[in-house]
Every structure is written in C-alpha cells, then in structure tokens.
Design a protein around this ligand. Structure first.
Ligand SMILES: O=C(O)c1ccccc1NCC(=O)[C@H](O)[C@H](O)COP(=O)(O)O
Length: 200
C-alpha cells in the first residue's frame, strides 16, 4: 500500500480537511512567495497547532539559505525537510550535520539521466516529479527499475493514482494541484485521492 503526501496546505480549512482524510504526510511550501500556497513561519506555527500529530509535516523549500532551513527545523514545526530546487549533495551533507530531520530531495524527471542522478542522491528520500506544484505529469516508464524507494509526484489526481501506483510501485505518492479546485484544496478530491492511494 502506497503512502500519500498531500502538499501545499496553506489555509485553516486545509488543516481540517487533512485531519479528516488523514494523509501520511502534509506538505507546506515554506517562504516561497511565487507559490499561491506559500506559508511563512508564523502561519506554519498556527496551522500545525491544529493538525493531527499523527500526520507528518513536510516543509518544502526552494534553494533556501540552509541557515534558515536549519532554524525552522529547530523550531519543531516540520518533521521532514523537502528540497525542491537545485540543492546538491554538498548542500544536503552540510544540512545533515545541523539537523536530524529526514530530507527529501526532489528531482524533475525528463530523461533516464535525471533518474540516475536522483538514484545517486545522498538525501534520505527522493521525490520524482514532473515540475514544481504545477500539475505536470512525466513519463512514468522512465522509472522502470529505479533502485531505491521514491515519492512519485507531478500531475497526479484521483483519476490516475491507481494507474500510477500500479505502473511505478512508489513508496508514496505526492499530490497538490490534483486535489485543488480554483487553487484551493478540495475536500472531495482529497477524500478520493487518499482512498485511491490506500486501496489494495
Ligand atoms: O506546490 C507548489 O506551489 C510548489 C512550489 C515550488 C516548489 C515546490 C512546490 N510543490 C512541491 C510538491 O511537492 C508538489 O506536491 C509536487 O510538485 C506535485 O505537485 P502537483 O503536480 O501540483 O501535484
């Protein structure tokens, strides 16, 4: 059974929805104003207060200053760190010296070379994506024979989750746009996505 991460929660209603559908992970876009899902530290503190502690929080960063990532990790407001920019293994190794949180490194996948690079990452987990929260699917056949557990992301939606899991056997699926309506999380779609991910 694949785990599920629902990413890009940013409203109090999103926390209520997550508490109902119980994803394994809840993702929050940290300090990235280009995204409509962006949250700052104070918003994160307030949102996390009301989130079921059984749900692991993932702080998503894009080429962030590692000092700020380490400071946010030290606040205890995120359980897992996700790096979604061009952070290299040197960045990851330095961060690992300062924090104990698991690190997910996201890779955009457009070629077999992209998959090889991801497999070689020193991150604790890899996330294989078509884009950056933009609903972009990529060619899942590129993932044949991937040699380590991965989060599958990019253009997933309730209608294609079962096929995605059958075709790629991910550790977890990661979904954001596919459970939104007009850029806001949609409870009905979240229910359908969790049901599809957890179906045997
Ligand atoms: O969600 C965003 O706005 C975002 C912005 C910048 C970097 C990463 C972002 N999202 C990270 C995620 O983990 C998304 O869930 C993932 O890219 C899948 O998104 P979607 O294709 O919309 O399901």
């Amino acid at each position: 059974m694949s785990k599920i991460k629902i990413c890009g929660l940013y409203r109090p209603e999103d926390i209520q929805y997550a508490n109902e559908v119980q994803p394994d992970y809840a993702g929050f876009i940290m300090n990235y104003p280009k995204s409509h899902r962006n949250v700052n530290v104070e918003m994160m503190r307030a949102l996390k207060k009301h989130l079921d502690p059984e749900i692991k929080t993932v702080g998503v960063f894009v080429n962030e200053n590692p000092n700020l990532v380490a400071a946010i990790a030290a606040m205890g407001i995120v359980d897992v760190i996700q790096l979604h920019g061009q952070e290299d293994d040197g960045y990851i190794e330095k961060l690992k010296e300062r924090i104990g949180n698991p690190i997910i490194k996201a890779f955009q996948v457009h070629s077999p070379e992209d998959v090889r690079l991801a497999e070689a990452s020193s991150a604790d987990y890899i996330l294989l994506d078509g884009g950056m929260g933009a609903g972009e699917v990529f060619d899942w056949s590129l993932l044949k024979g991937v040699n380590r557990p991965f989060f599958l992301a990019g253009g997933l939606k309730p209608e294609n989750i079962r096929e995605a899991i059958r075709d790629t056997d991910p550790f977890a699926i990661d979904i954001s746009s596919g459970v939104e309506t007009e850029k806001k999380k949609d409870l009905k779609k979240m229910r359908e996505a969790v049901k599809a991910a957890h179906a045997r």
